[in-house]
Ligand binder design. Structure first.
Ligand code: TRP
Length: 380
């Protein structure tokens, strides 16, 4: 990337010592990420060959409409720009905050069905599971030596996730999973990671690890650092879709609309959706979040301004709003659902997609680990 001035590495972004920032510093850092992310988004269009993108999901459940509008469509757009894209099923990350893996294989297959149905093309993107990539996981060893336990304890994402688990004791994996996530990114030398704001601390630690590895092991054999400085691609214009009760989507709250639901199940879920007592429909996200969420969803499906839809409904009330959202969403997902059902009915094909992806990911990981061994002078 170095010959493109516009996207030169910004050495000031997240390359510090992982100190806790003041709120003002945190806001300033976020502003810089947002600005940089917008620049990179433009560069993706003009110079897609300069990027390797790593993106992925933790397979803790089936994908829902929040994933669809928040990340899936964006991944397909990036792939279709000609960007080299790696799509990770982070199966080991499932056990950071729970005792078992659950029906992990079913979930992985279900998610891959949605990837393929959405347009992720396994001949252009590498779809893989990190548990099947030994060299990726081996990077964890040298990487763990580059961070301190207090840096990990300060990680805002680790803290937030710990709070979500209701005071449960922290496992070693939970504490170190940001380092594992850095291995997910660096094993393939990805320089761009599409994420939400909540994942920025992981990008920062990834940059710190890349820089410290370079400082500690230098350039014994190469003129370039072994690892690139990864950037975050913040999908700032993606609407945040809430659950049907107007709060954050979460399977445990039963407020999720999964991509794999039927049209009838979708209608039922939306019928139960929370609205409010004001019959006149307006688009007012601050004061009427649940109603605004349904309007946003309708807007996304119909490619229209939610405020215009609200105006059209007016005194038609929540009943009319729900009818419009239901029809729009079911229509928008109709083809996706037909395709995903076909894929889901063909586990042999899904298996071959993952097996081929894992083979490609293993080749990449082995090459990187070999660079790491050389840098560390562990070649015997
Ligand atoms: N933590 C991410 C999530 O919960 C999933 C993930 C694992 C990931 N490894 C990654 C995302 C590497 C980006 C890069 O959604």
């Amino acid at each position: 990337m170095s010959d493109n001035a516009q996207i030169d590495t910004d050495e000031t972004l997240g390359d510090g010592t992982l100190q806790e920032p003041t709120p003002i510093e945190a806001q300033a850092t976020l502003d810089r990420w947002v600005t940089r992310s917008a620049q990179i988004d433009r560069a993706l269009e003009t110079t897609p060959e300069k990027f390797r993108v790593l993106t992925g999901d933790r397979p803790t459940g089936n994908l829902h409409i929040g994933h669809y509008f928040g990340s899936l469509t964006n991944r397909v757009r990036i792939q279709n720009l000609g960007v080299d894209t790696m799509v990770l099923l982070a199966d080991y990350q499932v056990i950071t905050d729970r005792d078992g893996v659950g029906p992990i294989a079913e979930r992985v297959y279900s998610i891959v069905s949605d990837y393929l149905a959405a347009g992720i093309d396994p001949t252009r993107s590498v779809i893989f599971t990190h548990s099947a990539i030994p060299a990726l996981n081996q990077l964890l060893l040298p990487f763990l030596s580059l961070v301190t336990d207090s840096e990990l304890r300060r990680n805002p994402t680790v803290k937030a996730e710990l709070e979500d688990t209701g005071g449960r004791a922290m496992s070693g994996l939970m504490l170190t999973y940001p380092v594992h996530q850095a291995a997910d990114i660096l094993f393939c030398k990805a320089n761009l990671v599409p994420v939400g704001k909540d994942q920025l601390p992981h990008i920062e630690i990834t940059r710190v690890i890349a820089r410290r590895f370079d400082e500690r092991y230098g350039r014994a054999v190469a003129t370039e650092p072994v690892f690139p400085m990864a950037d975050a691609l913040l999908n700032t214009n993606a609407a945040m879709i809430l659950g049907t009760d107007g709060t954050k989507m979460s399977k445990s709250k039963g407020n999720v609309i999964e991509l794999g639901m039927t049209a009838d199940e979708t209608a039922k879920a939306l019928k139960k959706a929370v609205t409010d007592s004001d019959r006149h429909i307006t688009y007012d996200p601050a004061n009427r979040p649940a109603v605004a969420n349904l309007l946003t969803l309708a807007g996304l499906c119909l490619d229209r301004d939610p405020a215009d839809i609200a105006e059209e409904i007016g005194d038609g009330g929540a009943g009319m709003l729900k009818k419009i959202v239901t029809e729009a969403l079911n229509e928008r997902l109709r083809e996706h659902r037909a395709r995903r059902a076909e894929y889901a009915a063909d586990p042999a094909y899904l298996h071959s997609v993952i097996a081929e992806g894992n083979e490609k990911a293993n080749a990449i990981a082995d090459a990187t680990l070999s660079d790491v061994r050389e840098a560390m002078k562990m070649v015997y």
